[in-house]
Design a protein around this ligand. Structure first.
Ligand code: AGP
Length: 593
């Protein structure tokens, strides 16, 4: 929801470093930005509304070796300069940035007011530096004061704080991600950030803060401890495999198009799983008594498609539920249950909550994630990484097809046909590589320009293409702001078909499968009422007014069908003058419930 980045170390341009690094976190929030550093020994805060990408990092080059920075996705309080982070204590000596929500900030704020504290913003965050200031009345130890303050917070948070009179950077985490980057050698120091791209150009050596933990560093060393008890913790260092180039746009105008095109390789990487591990997971699913598939948004649609994969390929009944709805199924969780969670970021709050409840009931959790070392990755009983590489665009594309590939592979393994599954998926990966060529992309760009002024856009599918119809709607909605809706083809005549007018564009997702004729019949019903039918299918059918050719991919059809829709969504956004990487009201990782 927000991006945090802090640095302490031997470099003397900490202000420039954190602002530059923050630009790599812009996808986490772009309402406003801010930074704090100590150019002349005292804390200076610079912040404003707008995008960090418009800020000149060299403007913050005054010598200093400790700084913090933040990009905001507003939760409490509007998008104003005053509400931007960092926030300060009354005496201006403590600066804090925060990601998350302080659920008890009302009573805490009232109590602080009775002690004479005054507040400038409408944010929940602003109470944190004042809580620390109160703690400093009882201790000169800044880290101890931060510990005392964060122990009073209810809710999920990642907090990074600095003090005018201290050379230490203090970080505390409970629910929202914080990752430490350890820089060795001549420019020794420590970074703390919400996500790895912030410091990937400086180091690939990372240590993960877990919930209920703090880290304190003076740039030469780092101390991890338990927030509640103060007990020291040790953290192993992990070498990240991602390269800085992977986390940058390269020659593409937007991350979204770069990541769509990366599917030429990323699907094959997803399929490249340890065979023994897949068979073990298939066995766990086979033996489970009650298997749930849980995710949000696009990842949730991968879960929904997997519901069909398990049914059609493996004859196994599993239960897909959006993570935000999972609470209503807790009563069915038993120690013999298995919950499969799917998440690109591995930090989505609703999914983390589903995992927490599942584990509290003794159920096992299998995670299918992209970000290595994410909370979901570390807390699950079993994990499969989709190996898609950093996904920076808010719109999830290559992660989705990676998730679908892994889930389909598991379904094949469950059916005792792992080798067949790998063959189908590797052939599909090769087909995608061929499909995503310049001529194909150009045709989709032209179709997008034809559709760019449409008021409504409908997408229909059946079977495993129904979840892709819903996913198509998410893609189109979230980057182009066109009103798009996905339907199960068979549901149209029960109401939605009343929406069809002359020329209404309707995308039809089809495959060479047992439900092909059904969905073509649905398309015919739409066409009879004036709809403009855009077919996404391996073969052209008479009912199509426009045809987007896709490979015949059998059970992997959802993977190939969604890719042209991703491209279409991208060009719809661009043709409508929108920035597909930073859509309004959205953020890449929804770390609040
Ligand atoms: C997808 O394009 C959206 N950005 C959103 O639906 C996203 O898939 C959802 O928030 C889940 O995120 P996750 O995969 O990181 O858990």
């Amino acid at each position: 929801m927000c991006g945090i980045f802090g640095y302490v170390g031997s470099r003397r341009d900490a202000g420039t470093l954190v602002v530059e690094g923050l630009k790599n976190l812009e996808y986490r929030g772009y309402d406003s930005w801010g930074m704090a550093y100590k150019p002349n020994g005292s804390i200076v805060v610079r912040k404003d509304i707008g995008k960090i990408s418009d800020v000149r990092s060299e403007d913050f080059g005054a010598p200093c070796s400790l700084a913090i920075a933040h990009t905001r996705w507003a939760t409490h309080g509007g998008v104003t300069q005053c509400n931007a982070h960092p926030h300060l204590s009354c005496d201006g000596k403590i600066a804090v940035v925060h990601n998350g929500i302080v659920e008890n900030y009302g009573p805490l704020r009232d109590a602080l007011k009775t002690k004479g504290h005054t507040f400038l913003s409408q944010t929940d965050t602003e109470i944190i530096p004042h809580l620390i200031e109160e703690e400093m009345k009882n201790t000169a130890d800044f880290a101890a004061a931060v510990r005392g303050a964060v122990r009073k917070l209810d809710g999920r948070f990642a907090v990074v704080a600095m003090h005018t009179d201290s050379q230490s950077l203090v970080a505390a985490r409970n629910g929202s991600p914080l990752i430490i980057g350890a820089i060795k050698g001549a420019t020794q120091g420590y970074c703390v950030a919400s996500d790895i791209p912030a410091f990937l150009e400086h180091t690939r050596t990372v240590q993960y803060l877990d919930d209920g933990e703090m880290a304190v560093s003076d740039g030469r060393g780092i101390l991890f401890s338990d927030i509640a008890t103060g007990a020291e913790r040790t953290k192993r260092e992990i070498e990240i495999t991602w390269s800085p180039e992977q986390a940058r746009k390269g020659d593409f105008e937007h991350y979204m198009l770069k990541e769509i095109m990366e599917q030429k390789e990323s699907v094959a990487r997803a399929v490249n799983q340890n065979e023994e591990q897949i068979l073990t997971l298939a066995k766990a699913i086979q033996e489970a008594r009650g298997t749930f598939l849980v995710g949000c948004g696009t990842a949730g649609k991968a879960c929904m498609a997997a519901d069909y994969f398990f049914s059609v390929v493996a004859g196994k009944h599993v239960n897909y539920t959006p993570a935000s709805e999972f609470k209503l199924y807790h009563r069915f969780l038993k120690p013999e249950s298995l919950v499969i969670v799917v998440s690109q970021s591995g930090e989505t709050a609703d999914v983390l909550e589903a995992m927490r409840v599942a584990k509290s009931k003794g159920s096992k959790v299998l995670a299918v994630v992209n970000v290595e070392g994410s909370t979901i990755h570390r807390d699950a009983d079993y994990t499969l990484l989709i190996n898609a590489g950093p996904e920076r665009a808010v719109a999830s594309t290559k992660a989705l097809t990676g998730q679908l590939a892994v889930l389909l592979l598991i379904a094949y393994a469950l059916a005792g046909k792992l080798r067949d599954g790998r063959t189908v998926l590797l052939e599909t990966a090769a087909e995608i590589n061929d499909m995503l060529n310049p001529r194909y992309v150009e045709r989709l760009k032209k179709l997008a320009e034809k559709l760019k002024d449409c008021r409504d856009l409908f997408i229909i599918g059946k079977g495993w293409n129904y979840p892709m119809a819903l996913e198509s709607a998410i893609k189109i909605q979230e980057v182009s702001y066109v009103h798009a809706e996905g339907f199960a083809g068979g549901e149209l005549k029960h109401g939605p078909i009343a929406l069809i007018e002359q020329g209404t564009p309707c995308i039809v997702l089809a495959g060479e499968d047992e439900v092909q004729q059904d969905i073509l019949n649905n398309a015919t019903e739409l066409k009879a009422r004036g709809a403009f039918i855009i077919g996404v299918a391996p073969r052209k059918h008479e009912v199509f007014d426009a045809w987007i050719k896709v490979p015949d991919a059998a059970a992997a059809q959802p993977i190939v069908n969604i890719i042209p829709i991703q491209v279409l969504s991208y060009f719809l956004a661009v043709s409508r003058g929108k920035n597909p990487d930073m859509p309004r009201n959205l953020a890449k990782s929804v770390t609040v419930k």
